[in-house]
Design a protein around this ligand. Structure first.
Ligand code: CTP
Ligand code: MG
Length: 575
């Protein structure tokens, strides 16, 4: 295993970055328990403002990870008195922040100002007295609050304010968006309604931190980091929690010192790095399953291209995917985060297109031949790189801006790109979202998927080199197609829906302008009504693609806004 473990090590900027870019966010927010307030849900603008809009990905991970290490997750009786609870907790130390949420029970997250607060709670916590059952005596930071009386506050006078951890039902969202004044506002409003809240992000990092405590029984120096939509800025409330067990700190070779004698660890060897990853995940998965309080439904999916263990973390309600040795995915999460931070229109467009795709059945929770959220996000980024002038830079340009600390090679792949957001120049593109939304649909409604592949490293279409219906190059592992799972039927549905949507969003805008009531879904809201129903009042699947196109062409003929539709009309005819 020596050889395989050594392979885990990569040229890494991040570790150095952690030191260089350390911020003092937490110290400035410290407050004594009496000052603690449960903060309201974040808005897009506030979120942007709090992070200064320019926080590097590694600052974010470090800051959140550190908050999580000072936090506890506590199951509370539903009639817990918030005041008394807080008073009790603050006997252990100053509290920075706390909040309550519901997930098959009432839970509180309590973040202490110092780790000593957590140690104090754990020192004084007792093991449960079980009468008819036995338990694994694994002590974790997931605790239960016990009260000496049956309930402090009658249920009718509940004093706890719960924070929402689920996203708004789509019908409510449609109503909300229909009341907005502009399509731009609709896209921002959708983002605000669906994005992860401050508390949900904290909870995600806390779950990683709790799992790290389990993995640390084998690998004390390991860390578990979230990646994917939990941290890339495009996460929707309710999205899964992708985690990466990072053993890099352990396997990083210490500098060789010239001495007569030196000692090295004896390690168990495996034939390949993949075999080492599978065995580590299998054992950690087993521990999580057997000893991890609240972790249920463990599945080991070790033969996947990227081996993982999947389980539910009941107290948080998160569906968790734990991977190991998956640094490249961490880099793509960082890249998406960077794009999202560069211009607020990026997140608004990605959120809206992802939501549209979900409602129209283009993406699904069930694995299959569908497009995925990740695929759709890369497609939006490519589209924005192709604007004239481009809204966001291509990856090759971000690579050129990289400093020496950004150098990163993972498994032979060059993953270098700038991490300091302030080094990336704001682009001149001033297009509105109202303009970009139909343009996105038109772009992909006309894209020659048969011949061309999508490449955000170059920001250019390239000639396809493989037979998959949809070819989107992985930005870092360039031989991989991130959309290899997508079949021709699903791609065709996507293209048709893009064509319909491009037309519909413009029609609805016309409708809105002539309508004073604003009660009927228009603009983005109209796109969130399943489309076959929206255009024809018929159920999905009752029309063939040809008849749908024909219907659209007829509608276009009668449309008063001929000029704005000329491009789409031509494209529909070409098909
Ligand atoms: N990933 C990848 N290539 C793929 C699929 C996934 O590199 N073909 C990486 C991406 O970094 C992605 C992460 O794995 O963000 C997690 O994948 P997934 O959970 O499918 O996507 P998310 O971006 O997390 O979106 P969702 O909200 O649907 O979970
Ligand atoms: Mg995910």
């Amino acid at each position: 295993m020596a050889a395989s473990v050594q392979n885990f090590s990569v040229l890494r900027g991040p570790a150095v970055f952690k030191r260089l870019y350390r911020l003092h966010y937490c110290s400035s927010r410290r407050a004594s328990a009496k000052n603690v307030v449960v903060e309201a849900e974040t808005s897009v603008k506030k979120d942007h403002c709090e992070t200064g809009g320019k926080k590097s990905f590694y600052d974010l991970l470090e800051e959140r990870g550190e908050q999580a290490a000072r936090s506890l997750l506590i199951s509370c009786p539903s009639n817990t008195c918030e005041k008394k609870f807080l008073k009790h907790m603050s006997t252990h130390g100053d509290i920075n922040k706390y909040f309550f949420y519901e997930s098959f029970g009432t839970y509180a997250v309590v973040e202490f100002a110092k780790k000593e607060g957590v140690f104090s709670v754990l020192e004084r916590a007792s093991l449960p007295h079980l009468q008819h059952e036995a338990a694994v005596p694994f002590k974790s930071r997931l605790l239960s609050l016990k009260t000496d009386k049956l309930g402090d506050v009658p249920n009718s006078q509940k004093s706890i304010k719960f924070l929402n951890q689920t996203s708004m039902p789509v019908n409510d969202l449609i109503k909300k968006l229909s009341k907005e004044d502009s399509i731009d506002q609709q896209l921002y409003s959708l983002t605000e309604a669906y994005q992860l809240t401050e508390e949900n992000i904290r909870l995600r990092f806390l779950v990683c931190s709790l799992l790290k405590d389990i993995a640390a029984s084998y690998f004390p120096e390991c860390s578990i980091k979230p990646f994917g939509s939990s941290v890339n800025g495009f996460g929707k409330l309710g999205c899964d929690l992708d985690m990466f067990l990072d053993l890099d700190g352990i396997s990083e070779a210490a500098p060789k010192q010239v001495r007569a004698y030196s000692l090295e660890y004896q390690l168990k060897r495996t034939s390949t790095e993949r075999a080492a990853t599978q065995s580590i995940l299998s054992v950690i998965g087993e521990c999580v399953d057997q000893f991890g309080p609240g972790c249920v439904g463990m599945q080991k999916i070790l033969n996947a291209r990227c081996p993982l263990v999947r389980f539910s973390h009941q107290p948080s309600g998160f569906q968790c995917d734990l991977t190991a040795n998956n640094r490249v995915a961490m880099k793509s999460s960082e890249l998406l985060y960077l794009y999202g931070q560069l211009d607020e229109r990026v997140r608004a467009l990605v959120f809206s297109v992802r939501c549209w795709a979900r409602v129209q059945g283009i993406t699904s929770n069930i694995p299959g031949a569908w497009l995925t959220n990740f695929t759709i996000t890369v497609m939006v980024i490519f589209f924005l790189q192709k604007r004239s002038p481009p809204m966001i830079p291509i990856l090759d340009h971000l690579q050129k801006l990289a400093g020496p600390m950004d150098k990163s090679t993972i498994d032979g792949n060059d993953c270098t790109f700038v991490s300091d957001l302030t080094k990336v120049k704001v682009q001149n593109n001033t297009e509105t979202l109202e303009h970009l939304l139909p343009e996105f649909f038109e772009f992909y409604g006309n894209f020659d998927f048969n011949k061309l592949s999508i490449n955000i490293r170059k920001g250019k279409e390239q000639t396809k080199t493989e037979a998959s219906p949809l070819h989107i190059q992985n930005p870092f592992e360039q031989s991989l197609n991130v959309s290899r799972n997508v079949n021709a039927t699903q791609l065709q549905r996507f293209v048709l829906l893009c064509q319909e949507s491009a037309w519909l969003v413009q029609q609805n805008e016309v409708a809105r302008r002539s309508s004073a009531t604003g009660n009927t879904p228009w603009g983005l809201a109209a796109l969130l009504v399943p489309l076959a129903a929206a255009t024809k009042g018929k159920k999905r699947g009752t029309q063939t693609p040809a008849s749908r196109i024909k219907g659209l062409l007829e509608s276009l003929k009668s449309s008063k806004s001929q000029a704005s539709n000329n491009g789409i009309k031509a494209s529909l005819k070409r098909r």
